[in-house]
Design a protein around this ligand. Structure first.
Ligand code: ADP
Ligand code: MG
Length: 697
């Protein structure tokens, strides 16, 4: 076996491979395209395509695909082989620059929120040279953006790239104002921590709910859950360790810096964190990671559950989005500096984030809104559905001192003055203690904890980048016109703190009292997707996203439609799965078990007529009452689902599904879960929570 440095990135057409396989001039023009977004000319594209194909064929590839990220949230690919007919009738392998740069998949079956009429079924994919091509199986995968024929973005990559550009543009303006004339590019970086559950294939195969919806729709609480806190960071059992080893190897070959792995809070729950990288690449890599996790699990007789809430009453899974901005010279703009000048710049970027998170709380909540994540946000575990920020005591103290022009003990004897005093170093230990905050400063980056485990990180970063770009734009507009830079800067920072300090909350985000206080502060609290999504089209949000060229209004309306439709469909599929399980598996099982108990009583009485058979009688009575309730609730849910199609607008339908359908689902679940605790284990049609959660042990 080769060592890790030998095989790391072996399946990636990365810089090293490019240098080795391209002529110096072709390499130089490609690098210009990658680094500066310069257009690639046709000749160069042909040369790159040929080199890519030769390299891919050497590594066993026979096909290529434009790999893209439609609004479904997962990746899509249509494979074409390299083969062409040679003049002598034999086969040659070919791949042109044109094929590399542009593809035209039939796009009619991807969600478009009505953007692409079906008569215009063609979409087009365009190569994103900033994310390296790679080989998966026998296919060369070319990361691409996906647009409708009219040029509207139908994917998540296009707006993400646009938001990165928006942030770059505005951040550069600020850096110039601080006298930096050399920085060419500002990038945003992300390290997503991916949580997931592992269960055995055997358990999965016996749960129609997991198969059809990714989560359990029934299940009584197990006698042991996560209350002992003995799983978190616990030693990794051999079955799981073998999975992780294999997974790391696969990811490393693809150039993904998988770094940290550990057990999470719930039994069967684990986490994988890569080393952070440019947002665009981090997003592609996270999509690949999720796909490969599932494939590797399969090989080990396991199933990887990425759903945000596979089990009620047990912690759900998220994806902490660690986010920072840095220059091409390697300076992290969210890291306090070495000089008063750097500190003033740091404080301005920090304020830009505070203002962005407060002004666009709704967009951040919307960016993580899915039916699955709704179960997690607001439950007593992950961050609440209310967006707030945690800065830590030290930084808070500094901001308070600036706001009130009062002395800050940690900094100077006199009052805190921007551009004069040096900030203290904020180390991770003092800033990272709060684990309940949805948006926490962790020393030199922010950790946005609301993203769902199954979701692409694209949307969260699109909104975050754009909102911060907007704060920076407002600051730059003002500073460029200022007569006195230092005074204007100081005023702006003070004003931001005054106007936006309501978003800062350092207490326990799970606390009931916080919900009341947040309401008093005027913060948004959107419990569900149906509640928050309509605000995507609020004038202030449309203004923001169109102003920075991240979405056109048409594209935004399309997303809105697509997300709401997915929300409704997801819950309706869950409801129908419940109905089928309740009617064709649970009721017959309870019925059969009741008969077994009744038969036992009869047999006992036949033998000993004086026996009371109190246990049997009571069990039969309780189960009979439950079967009646289950049947009645199933009938109600069935009617509720049938009526869900009668609404004129999607908004009305989504509200109905949120209230009536979800309510009826819960009413059906309760008696079914109760029956599970009475019916003999052998007679219950599915594995229990305890069976599933501890199945890898
Ligand atoms: P924890 O679980 O303690 O929050 P992890 O080590 O699991 O921390 O994950 C931290 C993540 O943050 C990693 O993906 C890491 O690469 C990433 N990260 C570290 N520094 C930065 C930074 N400057 N910008 C973005 N992400 C970062
Ligand atoms: Mg972690």
């Amino acid at each position: 076996m080769e060592s890790v440095p030998e095989y790391f990135g072996s399946l990636v057409f990365d810089d090293r491979v490019m240098k080795a396989h391209l002529s110096a001039s072709v390499y130089a023009s490609l690098r210009k395209t990658i680094d500066e977004g310069e257009k690639l000319d046709a000749k160069v594209a042909d040369a790159v395509a040929t080199a890519m194909r030769e390299w891919a064929v050497q590594h066993g590839a026979t096909h290529f695909t434009h790999w893209f990220q439609p609004l479904t949230g997962i990746t899509a690919e249509k494979h074409d082989s390299f083969i062409s007919r040679a003049p002598d009738g034999r086969v040659i392998m070919e791949f042109s620059g044109k094929e590399l740069i542009k593809g035209e998949p039939d796009a009619s079956s991807f969600p478009s929120g009505g953007l692409r009429a079906t008569f215009e079924a063609r979409g087009s994919t365009a190569w994103d040279p900033t994310s390296y091509a790679f080989i998966k199986g026998k296919t060369l995968c070319i990361p691409t953006a996906f647009c409708s024929y009219g040029g509207e973005a139908l994917d998540k990559k296009t707006p993400l790239l646009r938001s990165m550009e928006a942030l770059n543009r505005q951040a550069l303006r600020i850096l110039r104002l601080f006298g930096n004339t050399t920085v060419k590019h500002v990038a945003c970086n992300v390290g997503p921590e991916q949580e997931y559950f592992l269960i055995t294939r055997e358990m999965y195969d016996r749960r129609p709910d997991l198969k059809f919806t990714g989560r359990t729709l029934f299940g009584a609480m197990p006698p042991k859950g996560q209350e002992m806190d003995d799983h978190y960071f616990g030693s990794i059992v051999p079955k799981v360790a073998a999975f992780m080893n294999d997974l790391n190897e696969e990811l490393w070959k693809l150039g993904i810096f998988a770094k940290t792995e550990h057990n999470e809070v719930a039994p069967g729950q684990h986490e994988l964190a890569p080393i952070f990288t440019t947002t665009n690449v981090a997003t592609d890599h996270n999509q690949l990671t999720m796909e490969i996790m599932q494939r590797v699990a399969e090989k080990h007789g396991l199933v990887c559950l990425l759903h945000e809430k596979p089990f009620a009453g047990v912690n759900g899974s998220g994806k902490h989005n660690n986010w920072s901005i840095s220059t091409d010279a390697g300076q992290n703009l969210l890291s306090p500096g070495e000089t008063p000048h750097d500190d003033a710049q740091f404080l301005l970027f920090l304020c830009a984030v505070i203002k962005a998170v407060d002004d666009y709380q709704d967009l951040l909540r919307i960016s993580v809104a899915t039916a699955g994540n709704d179960h997690r946000l607001g439950a007593n575990e992950a961050p609440p559905a209310i967006v707030s920020m945690f800065l830590g005591d030290e930084l808070n103290g500094v901001l308070e001192a600036i706001e009130t022009d009062s002395p800050y003990a940690g900094v100077a004897k006199t009052q805190m003055k921007l551009g004069v005093d040096v900030l203290p170093k904020f180390n991770r230990d003092t800033t990272d203690r709060n684990r309940t905050s949805p948006f926490a400063f962790t020393g030199n980056k922010f950790e946005f904890r609301m993203v769902g485990s199954a979701d692409s990180i694209a949307c969260a970063n699109i909104m975050l980048n754009t909102a911060v770009a907007e704060s920076l734009r407002i600051y730059a507009d003002r500073l460029e016109k200022a007569d006195n830079f230092a005074d204007t800067l100081h005023d702006m920072i003070r004003k931001t703190i005054k106007d936006h300090k309501r978003i800062i909350f350092n207490g326990n985000g799970y606390d009931e009292s916080w919900i009341k206080e947040a309401a008093a502060r005027g913060l948004c609290n959107f419990r569900t997707t149906a509640d928050c999504l309509p605000h995507l089209l609020d004038a202030k949000n449309v203004d923001l996203l169109t102003r920075h060229g991240v979405y056109s209004e048409t594209e935004l309306k399309a997303r809105y439609g697509a997300i709401l439709e997915t929300y409704c469909k997801t819950i309706l599929i869950e409801a129908k799965t419940m109905l089928s399980m309740a009617k064709t598996q649970i009721l017959p099982a309870v019925e059969a078990y009741t008969a077994t108990v009744a038969t036992a009583a009869q047999a006992k009485k036949a033998l000993c007529p004086s026996l009371a058979c109190a246990y049997e009688t009571e069990t039969v009575e309780r189960l009979s009452a439950l079967t009646d309730r289950i049947a009645a609730e199933a009938a109600k849910l069935e009617q509720t689902v049938a009526a869900a199609h009668a609404f004129r607008t999607m908004e009305e339908q989504s509200v109905y599904i949120r209230d009536a359908v979800r309510g009826a689902m819960l009413s059906l679940r309760t008696p079914c879960d109760e029956a599970e605790t009475i019916v003999g284990k052998g007679a219950w049609p599915f594995p229990t929570y305890a069976d599933i959660l501890f199945s890898t042990r």
